[in-house]
Every structure is written in C-alpha cells, then in structure tokens.
Design a protein around this ligand. Structure first.
Ligand code: SAH
Length: 366
C-alpha cells in the first residue's frame, strides 16, 4: 500500500481487505473470524468509533483503538446546488488537508465523484484543481470515506462512483486498485465494477497496468484535442506521452477488458471547437468502439477560456454523430456551487484554518 510519510505507521484498518484484516488480527492473537465482524462495522455499517462495535469485547475494542487507525473524514461544509440538487462536500482529512467530493442525483441512482489526491500535478491548463500542485495522494480509506460519509448524509444508497474529482487517479494507482477491491466487496457496499468510472489524463504505463488487471470498470480518457500538437498546448502530460501512444494504450485497454472507452473532450471556444477539429477527431476515433463526452469548458477565473455557443457545440456533436461516433453533451451539474468539472480549487485556505487545502471536481456524463 502507498502510504504518506506524514501518517503514523499504525495499520489503517479501513484500507485493509478482508483477508488482510484476518491475518492482522491473528498477529494480535485474535481469532480470524472476528475479521468479518470488524469489516462489516467498517464498510457496511460505516462505524465512526470503535465504541459502536458492540459485538466485539471491550478489550478488543480497546486494543484496536490503541494499535490501529480508524480513518474518518469530517465534513466541514456542504453546499447544495439550487439548479439541480447536486451537493458539494468539503472534507477534512485526518492530517488537516482538505478535499472535495460531489454528489450527483440521476434517475438511475446516486453517483459520487471522489477526489483521488489532495491537489494535482498534471497542470492541465483549463483546470482549477491543479493550481498549486500536488499536496499528496489519498489512501484507499480516504477515498472510501468520501462515499461513506455522503451516503450517510443523504441516507440513501450510492450506486455509482466516478473517480473524476481532484487529482490524477492513475498517479495513485495502487491505492485506486485497492479502493476498487474494497468498494466492490459484497461484505461492504458491494458496488458493481461496471458502476465505477476512472478518468485519466493519459499516463500510458499506468493505463496498461490497469488494463492488465482486467477489471470491468469504465476508463475515461481526458482527450481534449484531436492532435498531438494541440493537446500539448492544453495538457503538459502530452509532452511525456504522445497522443499516438495514448491511443494505443486505449486500444490495449479495450483489448484486455472488452470495456468500451469513454473520451472526454472539453470544448473551448476558438481553441478546439472548429469544424476542422471535429473532422480530425472523427479521423482519430472513427474506427473505435467508444463514447465521447463533450463538456463545454467550465469557467475558471484565472483562465481566459470560454465555452462555444450552442450552435457550435451542436455542430461539433452532429459531425461526430454523422461519423457514427456515440456522443453526449455532458450536463453541467453544480455549476452554481463551483462543483462542475475543473472548477474546484484551493479556495478554502483563507476561510478555514489548518494546513494546505485542495479540492475536487464533479459532473458525470448524462
Ligand atoms: N485527472 C483526471 C480526473 C480529474 S478531472 C483526468 O484528467 O481525467 C475530470 C475531468 O474534468 C477531466 O476530463 C478534466 O480534463 C475535466 N476538466 C478539467 N477542467 C475542466 C474545465 N474547466 N471544464 C471542463 N472540464 C474540465
């Protein structure tokens, strides 16, 4: 497991799989069957205190308290969109860093967009979340907790998880895979792999590593430009991994998992929204079994980027459709609370005391 130097070295109970928990308990001289009881307290009942684990002896609870960590996130602020009921949560991590998560309500269920890192080091030019760089990666428990606390807040089941908040999930791959394992375990929330989407800016070796795991999750690639030249202007990661390599990694992902890729494309007026761009995108994607999400770029005040008007947006979409590419224009949820893609930022530093702060992002394909 990837851990952070600033964290104490006691085992983080909520980041352990059931077999790992069982073997840890044997080191404490406990019977392994206790693991299932504890696991259910952590992941099904989502206990916030060892004292709640009433089917364990007081002695065992005291030992767990002494020897392990029970990671809990504290909600600091919850904002609700007046436009669409989207909720944005500011959470404090155990070390005082802050992250954000977004709840989106759809007809098909409740979807939570989680952050995978506090901050981000990918430096995409149109994204507010990257301003200030990376603080640290989140532990599996800290990613899970965003989902657990939101589920408890609304008192409803969370059916979908999108890892599209702040951070680059594949820059925290080991913990991401562990998160998926914990999230899909029927002894916990039991969310189906098919209901999990992970979005990446295109870290090629990590995409291939993820493909080799042969999971049934959806992988979304943040494409945003149809050519290497243009992509480099928007996404510094393209200097490291050329578009051709990224597209090969997408093909590899599909070959290994049979899962259709999603491509995210932020439409930025005058930058990547011309008919020529649409034509080049058709050439790039025409032969692929894929889905394209067009996201009119969300405003970020430090950036001069603006959205195209509706005509340009629909012309772009139509051109793709004429070329038999599946495409949707993503609904922008939570824009009035800065909860939409790329709008979240380190803006809480002044209002809230404590250490470095960071944010996440929301908005799922509709
Ligand atoms: N690091 C991951 C996930 C985080 S961002 C990634 O790059 O995919 C989730 C999505 O929002 C990405 O597609 C990202 O490129 C997009 N995004 C970032 N800023 C945006 C903005 N201002 N407007 C619209 N989409 C944005």
């Amino acid at each position: 497991m990837q851990t952070n130097n600033t964290q104490p070295t006691k085992p983080d109970l909520k980041s352990l799989t059931l077999p790992e928990l069982a073997s840890y308990l044997t080191t404490l001289g406990e019977k392994p069957y206790r693991a299932k009881q504890i696991y259910e307290w952590l992941h099904k009942k989502q206990a916030t205190d060892f004292a709640q684990m009433t089917n364990l002896s007081k002695e065992l609870r005291a030992r767990l308290h002494q020897h392990t960590r029970l990671t809990i996130l504290t909600p600091i602020e919850i904002q609700t969109s007046r436009l669409d009921g989207t909720k944005k949560y500011l959470f404090a991590l155990p070390d005082g860093n802050m992250i954000e998560s977004v709840l989106m309500r759809y007809k098909h269920g409740n979807s939570v967009c989680i952050s995978s890192q506090a901050g981000c080091r990918m430096a995409c030019r149109f994204c507010a979340s990257t301003i200030g760089g990376l603080v640290r990666s989140l532990e599996p428990s800290e990613m899970l907790e965003q989902i657990y606390r939101i589920g408890q807040d609304i008192g409803e089941r969370i059916s979908n998880v999108v890892v599209m908040g702040m951070g680059e999930p594949l820059d925290n791959l080991e913990n991401l895979i562990r998160l998926i394992e914990l999230l899909t375990d029927p002894n916990g929330l039991g969310i189906s792999q098919r209901n999990i989407t992970v979005s990446t800016c295109g870290l090629v070796p990590k995409m291939r590593e993820l493909a080799d795991r042969k999971l049934a999750i959806t992988l979304a690639l943040s494409l945003h430009a149809p050519t290497q030249e243009k992509r480099r202007m928007l996404m510094p990661v393209a200097d490291t991994y050329a578009l051709s390599e990224v597209m090969e990694a997408c093909d590899y992902y599909f070959a290994q998992t049979g899962r259709r890729m999603t491509f995210e494309y932020s439409l930025i007026h005058g930058i990547n929204d011309t008919p020529e761009d649409a034509g080049q995108l058709c050439e790039l994607l025409g032969h692929k079994n894929c889905h394209v999400n067009l996201i009119p770029v969300n405003p970020v005040k430090e950036r001069a980027y603006t959205q195209p008007d509706e005509t340009i947006t629909f012309d772009f979409k139509n051109k793709l459709e004429k070329n038999k590419i599946n495409v949707t224009i993503r609904r922008e949820l939570g824009r009035d609370i800065d909860g939409a893609c790329g709008q979240l930022r380190k803006k809480y530093g002044k209002e809230h005391s404590g250490g470095p702060v960071a944010a996440g992002c929301g908005g799922e394909g509709s």
